[in-house]
Design a protein around this ligand. Structure first.
Ligand code: GLN
Length: 455
């Protein structure tokens, strides 16, 4: 813990930690030492970790990287961070992210962007760590902590993991309780571990998961011992290679990476099978209707009354001006864009044409996966991202280009499936690239084992 705290203090340039909690960390580390001495040491005991700013942490600023939550110190702990705490994990502080988890580059944060600790061989330009869990990815990759929590609504664990050469697991929807995590799009949001290795993801993921009566979508299912399932034996497993993910304009480097990953799995005894997921091309548009729709509803609660920031008012301002000024000043541009799109697609005149249509497309996307799993496919291999980490600023002014980062990851959230991003080598410039494995619902153990065989 002391080594991590020192590393964090020396790495302010990465912008990874936005609230440091050294006193809490040292207290918890001492308590962990005592537990270890007494022989009662659970899996995460004494492990220093970072917590994404989206998780409510008792008495510690939890701002979802937004101005509108300035000064908000929750009186409660999210279920997931509470479970980690109970398992002995040591919180070092809160991690940077895109505002309300909306973004793919960590550039929409009120704190400013986080920075990727990797640099291209031929460049001194700073790169994005990805988003929205950019601070988590940067901190783990730069050894500021041993692991971090992330959340993933459309790729926010897997894409930053791929950009920084670490492992990121998005569990099945319902595995991790959403209670106490600031809501973005409730039918898509899932917490998960971001770690250096697959084994760490197994251990930390297990500590995070489990039924919680406080979240009605949390699944009442036993969480297996994932670490015990890591045998590396994947002989006879059927790995699907989906034709539709071979998109026009896929960089040859990404295509080659995907090919190599498939060969690696085959060499380990898996059987490769070409599969079709025909509705894939509608996933991104459907996601960018459903996610903003849910966000516009979830973000209605930030009204200057109940949480955080309230704008300065003038003589004569009434409650409407208070709402308007608070929201105009408290939300950043990307969040406003989402609220406007969401309100529009839910409005009486357009609900059927957009929101309902997107929900139907979502059902078809889910069915595509159901069909291939019913035909015996155990896991699906795809690239995690369409490129390696890009330069900060490069895509910031082009929302559609930014949204295209999620092309391989959003299907997994729409279908509620588990997905994992595993480091799979470096590109020609020496930057990390990731591959994604998608698993059957509730079979994170099997998925982790397949990822383990690739590591
Ligand atoms: N980049 C996607 C978005 O902006 C995904 C974000 C996420 O998974 N939280 O919506």
């Amino acid at each position: 813990t002391e080594a991590c705290l020192a590393a964090i203090d020396g790495a302010d340039v990465l912008g990874a930690f936005v609230h440091k909690t050294p006193e809490i960390a040292l207290d918890r580390a001492r308590a962990a030492d005592a537990r270890i001495k007494s022989g009662d040491a659970p899996a995460m005991c004494g492990i220093p970790i970072g917590i994404k700013d989206l998780f409510c942490t008792e008495g510690v600023a939890s701002q979802a990287a937004s101005k509108i939550l300035e000064g908000f110190r929750p009186q409660y702990e999210s279920t997931v961070s509470g479970r980690l705490k109970d398992a002995g994990a040591v919180m070092l502080g809160k991690l940077n992210m895109d505002e309300f988890a909306m973004g793919s580059s960590n550039e929409t944060s009120v704190y400013g962007n986080a920075v990727n600790p990797w640099r291209a061989d031929d460049s001194t330009e700073a790169l994005t760590p990805g988003g929205s869990s950019g601070g988590s990815a940067s901190a783990v990759a730069a050894d500021l902590c041993l692991a971090a929590t992330g959340t993933d609504t459309g790729g926010s664990i897997r894409q930053p993991a791929a950009f920084t050469g670490i492992v990121g697991l998005k569990p099945t929807y319902g595995r991790c309780s959403r209670w106490g995590i600031v809501a973005f799009a409730s039918s898509l949001d899932q917490a998960g571990p971001m770690t250096k290795t697959v084994r760490d993801a197994a251990i930390m993921g297990q500590a995070m998961m489990g039924h919680d009566p406080k979240d009605s979508t949390s699944a009442d299912r036993a969480v297996p011992d994932f670490e015990a399932m890591l045998t590396g034996d994947i002989r006879g497993k059927v790995i699907g290679i989906p034709t539709e993910y071979r998109m026009d304009g896929m960089p040859p480097e990404i295509a080659a990476l995907w090919e190599r990953g498939a060969e690696m799995l085959q060499d380990a005894g898996a059987e490769l099978r070409q599969i079709s997921l025909p509705h894939t091309k509608y996933a991104l548009p459907a996601y960018y209707v459903i996610a903003p729709a849910e966000a516009s509803s979830n973000l209605a609660r930030y009204d200057g009354v109940r949480f955080g920031y309230r704008a300065k008012l003038e003589q004569g301002d009434g409650i409407t001006e208070m709402y308007e000024k608070t929201r105009a000043d408290g939300f950043g541009a990307e969040v406003k864009r989402r609220v406007m799109v969401g309100t529009y697609v839910l409005s009486a005149g357009f609900y059927d044409a957009y929101y309902n249509r997107a929900r139907k497309v979502r059902a078809l996307i889910k069915r595509d996966f159901d069909v291939v799993f019913a035909e015996g496919v155990d896991a699906i291999l795809t690239p995690a991202t369409p490129s390696a980490a890009f330069q900060l600023g490069q895509e910031f002014d082009d929302p559609v280009q930014m949204y295209l980062n999620d092309v391989f990851t959003v299907t997994v959230n729409l279908a509620g499936l588990p997905g994992i991003s595993v480091p799979a080598g470096l590109d020609a410039k020496g930057l990390p690239l990731g591959l994604q494995l998608i698993g059957r619902p509730w079979e994170e153990g099997d998925l982790l084992n397949t990822a383990y065989a690739m590591e």
